[in-house]
Design a protein around this ligand. Structure first.
Ligand SMILES: [Zn+2]
Length: 291
C-alpha cells in the first residue's frame, strides 16, 4: 500500500516540476501593500466626510458637502482674491519685545512652520484690475495673535492706503492680543484704530472677518471698517462664550458669535461665500469709484 502512495507522490512531483519548467503556473506573488499618499484625502472638521484634496482645492477650500469654509493661509487667500503677481509689503520688521520667557523660541518655531514672518501678510496688487492694498491674517501663526509687529504692519498699511489713495481690504482671523507682549500688545488696539480712523476720513476700508476673529483684533480694526463682510459660519466675538456665560450667569443662544448671528444683530453687513468673494469686493470697489 505504501508503495502506491510513494509512486503517486513521485508522479505529482514530476508533474509539478514539468509545470515549473513550462512556467505556465501562476506563481504566488507576495501581496504588496498599495501605497496611498497621506495627503490624498482630508476630513471636513464640520461634517466629518472625506474629501479628495484636489477637489477641495478646486472648490477654494470649501467643503462640497456642507459648505464649511476651511481656514486659509495668507498665500492661498491672496491667490484667490488678487489677479496674479503681488508685492509683499513691510516684511521682516524687527521684533523688539522679546523678554517674555520662551517667546523668541515660539516665534522662531511659528516662522519655520508657516514660512511667514508674522501673523499678518500685507500686499499690494490688483483685484479685478483695480489697485488695492490687502492684509491677510494667519491663524496658523501663533493663533493669528496681534503683537507689536502685526499692529505696526496694519498701521503702515492704513497709512499707505491714505497717502496713495488706495482702497484697503483686511481679512481678519485672530485669537486676540499676543499675551507674551503684555501691555504692548494691548496698545496695538489703540494704534491700529487711530490709523484706520485717519484712513476713513478720505479712503475706503473693507474688513472681511474670517474664522475665527476674536479678542483684541475684533475689538479694534476688525470692527472699524466702512463695510464689514464675513465668511459663512465664521466665529466672531470678543471673549469666549463660556467666559461670558459664567460672567453674566445666563445661557447664550447656540448660534451666538457666528457670522449669521452677527449679521442678524447688524454687526456685519453681508455674509459672502468664498466663491463670490472676489466679485463682491470688485463690485464694492467700483461702486466707490475705484477703477
Ligand atoms: Zn463638510
Amino acid at each position: 500500500m505504501q508503495s502506491v502512495f510513494d509512486k503517486r507522490k513521485e508522479e505529482l512531483n514530476e508533474f509539478n516540476e514539468a509545470l515549473d519548467k513550462l512556467n505556465i503556473r501562476k506563481k504566488e506573488e507576495p501581496t504588496q501593500k498599495k501605497e496611498v499618499p497621506d495627503d490624498l484625502m482630508t476630513k471636513c472638521n464640520k461634517c466629518s466626510r472625506l474629501i479628495i484634496k484636489e477637489d477641495l482645492l478646486a472648490d477654494l477650500n470649501v467643503c462640497p458637502f456642507c459648505n464649511n469654509h476651511f481656514r486659509l493661509t495668507p498665500k492661498e487667500r491672496l491667490e484667490q482674491v488678487l489677479d496674479g503677481d503681488y508685492e509683499v509689503l513691510f516684511d521682516n520688521l524687527d521684533e523688539k519685545h522679546l523678554d517674555f520667557p520662551d517667546y523668541k523660541e515660539k516665534l522662531d518655531e511659528a516662522r519655520k512652520q508657516t514660512s511667514s514672518d508674522e501673523s499678518i501678510v500685507c500686499a499690494k496688487g490688483k483685484l479685478d484690475g483695480i489697485n488695492v492694498l490687502v492684509g491677510v491674517m494667519n491663524s496658523y501663526f501663533m493663533m493669528g495673535s496681534m503683537g507689536s509687529v502685526c499692529g505696526e504692519k496694519v498701521t503702515l498699511l492704513a497709512e499707505k492706503a491714505y497717502c496713495e489713495n488706495l482702497p484697503l481690504i483686511i481679512f481678519t482671523c485672530s485669537g486676540g492680543a499676543r499675551m507674551q507682549e503684555g501691555i504692548i500688545s494691548l496698545m496695538q488696539m489703540a494704534k491700529t484704530s487711530a490709523a484706520i480712523a485717519k484712513l476713513r476720513e478720505e479712503g475706503l476700508y473693507i474688513a472681511v472677518l474670517t474664522d475665527p476673529t476674536t479678542g483684541g483684533v475684533s475689538a479694534s480694526f476688525a470692527s472699524l471698517a466702512d463695510i464689514t463682510l464675513a465668511e459663512p459660519n465664521a466665529l466672531i466675538g470678543f471673549a469666549g462664550k463660556r467666559v461670558i456665560e459664567r460672567t453674566i450667569k445666563e445661557t447664550l443662544p447656540k448660534e451666538f458669535q457666528t457670522a449669521e448671528f452677527n449679521l442678524e444683530k447688524g454687526y456685519i453687513d453681508r455674509i459672502v461665500d468664498r466663491k463670490e468673494m472676489k466679485s463682491t469686493l470688485a463690485l464694492l470697489l467700483r461702486l466707490h469709484r475705484y477703477n
